[in-house]
Design a protein around this ligand. Structure first.
Ligand code: ADP
Length: 509
């Protein structure tokens, strides 16, 4: 018996952690020598010390540790509770304590034991990780803000330029001039594509894109994509084909359309020069259907298969040749697929081609099909009075030129009061309002619409236009409940949205 006591004591004395044995009423009965290494106090000092062990605990952690000691005396056990030791030389050391009850052979409690380990290194790594994480977060926020600000500022003049070009188009009959205007239009449209992609990324990151799952026929989606994408494919010499499919699926058709559109545009862009072929098809796979985009193009090396989904990443384009795209298409695809909870896969054979595929759930029943693509009727505004409010005169001039070219009578103003006065003076009542989201003196478009309607005494249909790309602003604009257009608004989109607002007010009134 004596021999084994001695043995236990020897083992305990050599234990690296700081060990204490407390009596059931919380008095320290025995402390091992490791205490001196960790706290600077000797065993003897500890045993004769008033307030051991709390006197060795950092004052800020003392109450917490005292509560733990009381609960330990009450029979609790815990592992790895962090606190700070205040050493004899006043230095702070991070430590973690564990404790449990000690029982004798008969199972009766003879107190409890605490074991303290130093964790300075762990805390240091933790602090560094946190700092690195905060730094990354800060950089990420700064990037988002920069993108939002840059695309907002670029959107304004681009919006005006697009509308000017559209009205120029309507008026130009000279073939030579027509050619110049067409090229100008193409340049603007690719700049506008860049901003759209940036806006997509920032909207997807902000979580403001609302997912609206619907049941629809794959063939309808394929038809729409074929109409939209075939002309560009054909002019690039690419044979783009869609394999017919009778499947009905359930997901958001607009967002899925964007995914396929991006994948098909890539397939067309990275196709080989001769006998270029892109095939879009659907095949059953498990409980869903796999939509596949095949190309016989340049392919992607195995080590690049993940990287191509990163923002602005392009294989082999260090000069950032813009005719080769922007490097955002697949980043948008990845985000949308994540949002819709679909599967995404890519296989590729360098030099021979690639296949990108999206796994979509099949619909339970085709009868519930609720979505058909909108027909592309071009509309005009003949005879309607449209009132536009924007604090930037350039925008107004552009909007006015364009809306007039579409047959509308346009009244413009840089603020609500000015608009109401102008309408009164000219004896006009607008059929629709187009209002910029951010007006002078911090007025929001939604409030402006409210004031105009009040002044006119009627609920004139209204459309909000915003150049904002910052996630918080988008949420706010979305919440205003009006039909929202994002700058640069394409001419067709502007007219069709106004026409829709006119129609919905006609049918409700
Ligand atoms: P972008 O096409 O605008 O450069 P993406 O994000 O859509 O940007 O694509 C990123 C990169 O992935 C492309 O630059 C290209 O190198 C590669 N890539 C995408 N799709 C294909 C494809 N079908 N075949 C070969 N390479 C592709």
């Amino acid at each position: 018996m004596q021999h084994s006591d001695k043995l236990f004591e020897t083992i305990a004395n050599y234990t690296y952690d700081w060990e204490t044995w407390f009596s059931p009423d919380g008095r320290a009965l025995w402390v091992n020598p490791a205490v001196e290494r960790m706290t600077g106090y000797s065993v003897a000092e500890c045993l004769s010390m008033e307030g051991y062990p709390l006197a060795l605990v950092h004052p800020e952690d003392r109450n917490r540790i005292e509560a733990h000691l009381l609960s330990a005396a009450g029979g609790s056990s815990r592992n790895d509770v962090e606190f700070r030791i205040l050493r004899k030389d006043r230095e702070e050391v991070w430590a973690a304590v564990s404790w449990q009850t000690i029982v004798d052979d008969a199972g009766a409690s003879i107190g409890f034991r605490t074991s303290v380990r130093e964790i300075n290194e762990r805390k240091r790594v933790e602090r560094e990780l946190r700092r690195a994480y905060e730094e990354a977060e800060r950089a990420n926020r700064a990037k988002s803000r920069f993108l939002a600000a840059a695309s907002h500022d670029l959107r304004q003049p681009l919006q005006a330029a697009s509308l000017f070009v559209e009205s120029l188009c309507q008026e130009t009959t000279d073939p030579q001039l027509r050619h110049v205007v067409d090229s100008l239009r193409k340049c603007l449209s690719s700049t506008s594509d860049l901003l759209d992609a940036l806006l997509d990324v920032s909207r997807l990151d902000a979580g403001v894109l609302e997912v609206q799952p619907q049941v629809f026929a794959i063939i309808d989606l394929f038809d729409r994509l074929q109409t939209d994408l075939s002309p560009a494919a054909a002019s690039g010499g690419v044979d783009l084909r869609f394999a017919p499919s009778s499947a009905f699926v359930e997901t958001d058709p607009i967002l899925l359309g964007r995914v396929l559109q991006n994948l098909i545009s890539n397939a067309v862009r990275y196709c080989r020069r001769e006998h270029a072929r892109v095939l879009v098809g659907a095949r059953r796979s498990g409980a869903g259907i796999r939509l596949e985009v095949w190309d016989n193009g340049i392919g992607i090396e195995p080590d690049q298969l993940d990287t191509v989904f990163e923002e602005f990443y392009q294989v082999d384009n260090p000069q950032r040749d813009r005719t080769r795209g922007l490097g955002l298409g697949l980043a948008v695809v990845r985000r949308i697929v994540g949002l819709l909870d679909l599967g995404l896969d890519v296989r590729s054979w360098p030099g021979r081609g690639s296949v990108f595929s999206v796994q979509v759930p099949l619909a339970d029943s085709a009868r519930e099909a609720t979505w058909t693509p909108e027909s592309q009727v071009s509309e005009r505004l003949d005879g309607f009075v449209v009132a536009a409010v924007d604090d930037e005169p350039m925008q107004l001039v552009a909007m006015s030129a364009f809306l007039s070219s579409q047959g509308g009578r346009v009244v413009t103003a840089t603020g609500v009061d000015e608009l109401v006065a102008t309408l009164e003076r000219r004896g006009l009542v607008p059929d629709a309002l187009v209002v910029d989201y951010r007006l002078r003196d911090g007025e929001r478009g939604g409030d402006a619409i409210g004031r105009i309607r009040e002044a006119l005494g009627m609920p004139v249909p209204a459309v909000l236009v915003t150049g904002d790309t910052e996630p918080a602003r988008l949420l706010e604009a979305n919440a205003s409940g009006f039909e929202l257009l994002h700058k640069p608004v394409s001419a067709g989109e502007l007219v069709s949205t106004i026409a829709r607002a006119l129609r919905s007010s006609a049918s409700s009134g």
